[in-house]
Design a protein around this ligand. Structure first.
Ligand code: FRU
Length: 465
């Protein structure tokens, strides 16, 4: 394809940005966004790339959009980093970044698809300033060196990680029985790559996408997105699920021993998470705040952007389970405190903490249309999130988790088009894209629900470079 970054930047620059946007969640200037890519901390700033189709609010030839941030909450849009401009390149699919000396190195999937023939290989682009990227000619990891049975067509989303003095690249794959697996490659210089091992588990779906490997609290953690993972009770209810596996990646034995595996987020809209290690040693995760196979509401309503990222979440392990908490810097954006009572109308952009006991609920209604709402509550010792009355596609009321004690505390991050719930110490999270008219909610509180604290989040300004 001959779509260039220059052409994309000119197109974006000529478009007026839609004022109806999330306030502290990253969304594209115009066009479509899906997976976060190359999340990294480079030269004192966070860099976040994303799967991007500037020319439409639906998925199309994939570019890498790019934004830089001091705190992952205010973003400075940067020029498009990658465009599908190669002869055998119909899309620059997802991938990761790694810092090598003073360079920022991106690994991405070159996707080629013509007349029923599909091929995916891993390629590289390098930058010395974190703004302009030069693709290296040639292919880093070709399908030729793949182990037997590994798909030649579904082989994508490289995640380069430095362990000791070696680089390991985790890549999404599936085997000949349509079972997801992760292929690991090894490199000493990011120029020559050799196959290292395969990580397999039957809970990796029919194809494992977007792997991300890291160490946390003395354990190794592998997260990935598993296509069509069958539902298990309350788990894995979306078309594809994001899972984390905690265990040990044994370099000698060349195996990843999984001690525990679970879903990352139980909500309707959460996919393709990636992490980075920041300058303070925190492991921070962000994901696409949407999912495949939906009717995309913003597209249908004629917005000129579609898709956003979740809020940045700091990860920890408690008793071997992954916990997520909103990044602390959010507090720097706190505005006025919000007074919660039954019937109050409140801003859509806020950080609030609720205490809910059996029979309690808090509902957020469209003030102009009270049949449109979402609700959080506790019933039968279960915390639920009910999105069934949200406009758009029908959502089921879902169990978030069981409630053991007398009550449960839920922190809710709200932005213009989303709700993210963090339960207790972040052992459970629930992410939902939320589309309702207006910029305020009417709150309905019942059964003794109360807000322990709530702050409006102040609006940021965006600057274009
Ligand atoms: C996951 C994914 C990746 C792929 C990208 C294409 O959402 O399907 O596997 O690289 O999206 O945009």
């Amino acid at each position: 394809m001959n779509l260039t970054t220059k052409q994309a930047d000119e197109y974006i620059g000529a478009k007026a940005t839609d004022g109806r946007r999330p306030k502290y969640h990253l969304a594209p200037p115009v066009g479509w966004m899906n997976d976060p890519n190359g999340l990294t901390y480079y030269r004192g700033a966070y860099h976040l790339f994303y799967q991007y189709h500037p020319y439409d609010t639906l998925w199309g030839p994939m570019h890498w959009g790019h934004a830089r941030s001091e705190d992952l909450l205010s973003f400075e849009p940067l020029p498009v980093a990658l465009a599908p401009d190669g002869e055998e390149e119909d899309g620059c699919f997802s991938g990761g970044a790694v810092v090598r000396g003073d360079e920022l190195v991106l690994l991405y999937t070159r996707h080629y698809e013509r007349e029923g023939f599909k091929r995916q290989v891993q390629c590289k682009a390098v930058s010395r300033d974190g703004v302009r990227f030069t693709k290296e000619r040639g292919v880093c990891i070709d399908t030729a060196g793949l182990p037997e049975g590994a798909s030649r067509t579904d082989f994508r989303d490289p995640n380069p990680v430095r362990i000791g003095d070696r680089y390991f690249i985790f890549v999404g794959s599936k085997n000949e029985r349509d079972e997801g697996q992760i292929l690991v490659f090894e490199s000493s210089d990011l120029s020559n790559f050799t196959y290292f091992t395969t990580i397999f588990d039957k809970r990796f779906g029919v194809m494992a996408e977007c792997p991300d490997f890291f160490t946390l609290g003395g354990k190794d953690v592998l997260i990935l997105s598993a296509i069509a993972l069958p539902r298990e009770g309350d788990k894995f209810r979306n078309v594809s699920a994001c899972v984390y596996a905690v265990g040990k990646f044994d370099l000698e034995q060349k195996r990843f021993d999984i001690e525990y595996l679970d879903e990352i987020d139980g909500g309707y809209d959460f996919y393709a998470p990636q992490t980075l290690l920041d300058g303070r040693g925190r492991r921070v995760m962000m994901a696409w705040l949407q999912i495949w196979g939906e009717k995309y509401f913003l597209h249908e309503k004629g917005f000129d952007w579609n898709g956003s990222m979740t809020a940045p979440r700091v990860l920890s392990l408690k008793g071997g389970r992954l916990c997520q908490q909103p990044i602390d810097e959010l507090k720097n954006y706190y505005g006025a405190e919000i007074d919660y009572f039954d019937g109050a109308t409140v801003t859509k952009v806020q950080d609030a903490e609720f205490v809910l006991s059996e029979g309690a609920s808090v509902r957020f209604e469209n003030p102009a249309l009270s049949q449109e709402y979402f609700e959080l509550g506790v019933r039968d010792k279960t915390l639920y999130f009910d999105g069934s009355a949200l406009p758009g596609e029908k959502k089921e009321c879902r169990r978030v988790c069981g409630v053991d004690g007398d009550c449960v505390s839920v922190r809710l991050l709200l932005d213009s088009y989303s709700a993210e719930a963090f339960v207790g110490g972040g052992e459970h999270t629930f992410t939902a894209a939320v589309f309702m008219g207006g910029d305020r909610y009417r709150v309905r509180m019942s059964g003794g629900a109360y807000a322990a604290r709530a702050h409006e989040i102040t609006v940021r300004t965006e600057e274009t470079v």
